[in-house]
Ligand binder design. Structure first.
Ligand SMILES: Nc1ncnc2c1ncn2[C@@H]1O[C@H](COP(=O)(O)OP(=O)(O)OP(=O)(O)O)[C@@H](O)[C@H]1O
Length: 495
């Protein structure tokens, strides 16, 4: 595979050289890059942070050149290997980029919230009588400090998780696992459709376990981050550190395991990680959009291990649970919404809780913009374009991007480009926001669609649009009108 990667990269370099778009200076730096293939990702290894900056700044042209060379989109990562430095120009006093291109935290790593108020779903605050013995010993000297990078979202706790018949089993087993890691069920495998709270439960396990056992080492990782970390570590020759990161923990929480499908080298490493943890009596919790048996692209030996512990599925919430979730979200935001409004929203959005939250945001944003009280008429007006029959429509990122480009009078290439013109940036942010709300795509997937951007860019676009909707009428209108167009287009193509 390495030869093929080199050949592909050489062809791309020729294409770049034959186009005048990249200056000779940049080109000569890019030429010093080495390419290897890891699990279908082309890893471009540069000799310095400076060279990496040049390659990163030329992403769009490199993407196009690789596409022309290979005949398809070639995903690529850039990493720094300073042993190559002699072949690349070095500028004095330029801060070095980190040696690996690990994806940043999936959520803001804020300190854990103080002991939350007691609610019906709050687990007991005291530690259970039997504290797992392995946590009483001193931490390994080579291990990272406890929870140094556990990346837990402070909002995703058991307190803020509403339970109902659709999620009682995963909720109860998540609590059991946090209370007695590696004793109750190992692994715990939580599966179910998109936006149903699997990530929320993983983070809640981490928070609660840390509250019970302050020195416990918890690591949360999305499987896409696991892949990037693995790729960067292989290419970088830093597998020892990689192994320590994932094996010297007490609880490993791995989100959206289905993204490992077909990634043979990563799966092999994951298999060994899993075995090492399980043998050492450490807890593993996994989430997936499907049960283990349905996970194509996974070897039987791994799928059968996923079934060693407990399988817990999350179902779409019923009407009462949806209403309770909305009520909880509204009060967390300090909003006082009449019951009939909450019920109306819950009746319109039935399958995905992320979309349910999106509907709440729109209704309250519109009320705030127009300085009107939130009542049923207003909610009906705002949500009139939210269509409830998910079977009749398929909303894809391609559809969202085409409609967004058309709406703003720009091209899809503009949306994916590095162009920072105001309208284009705004359109890009709205496109990302709508992909987040209206599709099942993960943050990294959305980032890739929009010109190979990092998942943290998608997160900040999502946050920006959410905030702007309540502050600027124009943004609110853009989102509302575009959603209506996208849903109509999806329905007419389904019909
Ligand atoms: N039972 C619940 N109570 C309160 N909030 C919930 C509940 N279930 C989901 N949510 C909220 O819905 C949103 C989506 O949930 P989450 O991201 O955990 O879903 P997911 O199943 O991991 O989705 P995906 O498979 O797309 O990653 C989050 O903001 C989460 O807090």
């Amino acid at each position: 595979m390495a030869d093929e990667a080199t050949a592909q990269w050489r062809s791309a370099l020729e294409i770049l050289a034959s186009s005048a778009e990249l200056g000779q200076g940049k080109l000569s730096i890019i030429r010093t890059t080495r390419a290897v293939d890891v699990d279908g990702t082309l890893v471009l290894i540069v000799g310095s942070g400076f060279a990496r900056g040049i390659v990163d700044g030329s992403r769009e042209l490199i993407t196009q050149a690789l596409r022309r060379a290979a005949g398809y989109d070639v995903p690529f990562e850039v990493i720094v290997d300073t042993s190559l430095e002699s072949s690349a120009p070095v500028l004095a006093n330029r801060p070095e980029a980190p040696t690996t291109r690990l994806a940043g935290p999936a959520v803001d790593p804020l300190p854990e919230a103080p002991t939350p108020a007691v609610t019906s779903s709050t687990p007991p605050a005291a530690a259970p009588a039997t504290v797992p013995g392995y946590m009483s010993g001193p931490p390994s000297p080579t291990a990272e400090p406890p929870n140094a990078d556990s990346d837990l979202n402070p909002k995703y706790t058991f307190d803020t998780y509403v339970t109902g018949s659709s999620n009682r089993l995963p909720h109860a087993s998540a609590i059991a696992v946090a209370e007695a890691p590696a004793k109750a069920y190992n692994p715990l495998f939580i599966y179910g459709g998109s936006g149903l709270g699997k990530t929320h439960l993983l983070h809640a396990i981490g928070h609660y376990a840390r509250r019970l056992y302050p020195s416990i080492r918890v690591k949360y990782v999305s499987s896409e981050e696991f892949v990037s970390d693995f790729i960067a570590s292989v290419a970088d020759g830093r597998m020892d550190a990689f192994k320590r990161r994932y094996r010297e923990v007490d609880i490993l929480l791995v989100d959206d395991i289905q993204f490992l499908q077909g990634k043979e080298q990563t799966l092999e490493e994951f298999f060994h990680t899993f075995n090492a943890l399980h043998t050492a009596n450490k807890q593993v919790v996994l989430t997936s959009d499907q049960p283990p048996k349905a996970l194509g692209g996974f070897e039987e030996r791994l799928r059968s291990r996923f079934e060693w512990g407990l399988l817990a599925d999350v179902q779409p919430p019923d009407f009462e649970t949806r209403t309770a979730i909305l009520s909880r979200k509204a009060s967390a935001e300090g909003l006082d919404l009449p019951a009939d409004v909450l019920e109306y929203i819950a009746s319109r959005v039935t399958t995905n809780i992320r979309e349910l939250e999106g509907a709440l945001i729109r209704v309250t944003a519109f009320a705030s913009l127009t300085k009107q009280p939130v009542d049923r008429t207003l909610a009906e007006l705002v949500l009139k374009d939210i269509i409830t029959d998910p079977a009749s429509e398929e909303i894809t990122s391609a559809l969202i991007m085409a409609q967004t480009a058309d709406y703003f009078g720009i091209s899809i290439d503009d949306l994916c480009s590095a162009n920072r013109a105001r309208t284009i940036v705004h359109a890009r942010h709205i496109g990302m926001y709508l992909c987040r709300e209206l599709t099942d795509m993960s943050l990294p997937q959305i980032g890739r669609e929009f010109g190979g951007r990092d998942h943290t860019t998608v997160m900040s676009a999502d946050k920006k649009i959410r905030t702007q909707m309540a502050e600027r009428r124009e943004t609110y209108n853009h989102v509302a009108e575009l959603t209506a167009r996208i849903k109509q287009a999806a329905q007419s193509s389904a019909g």
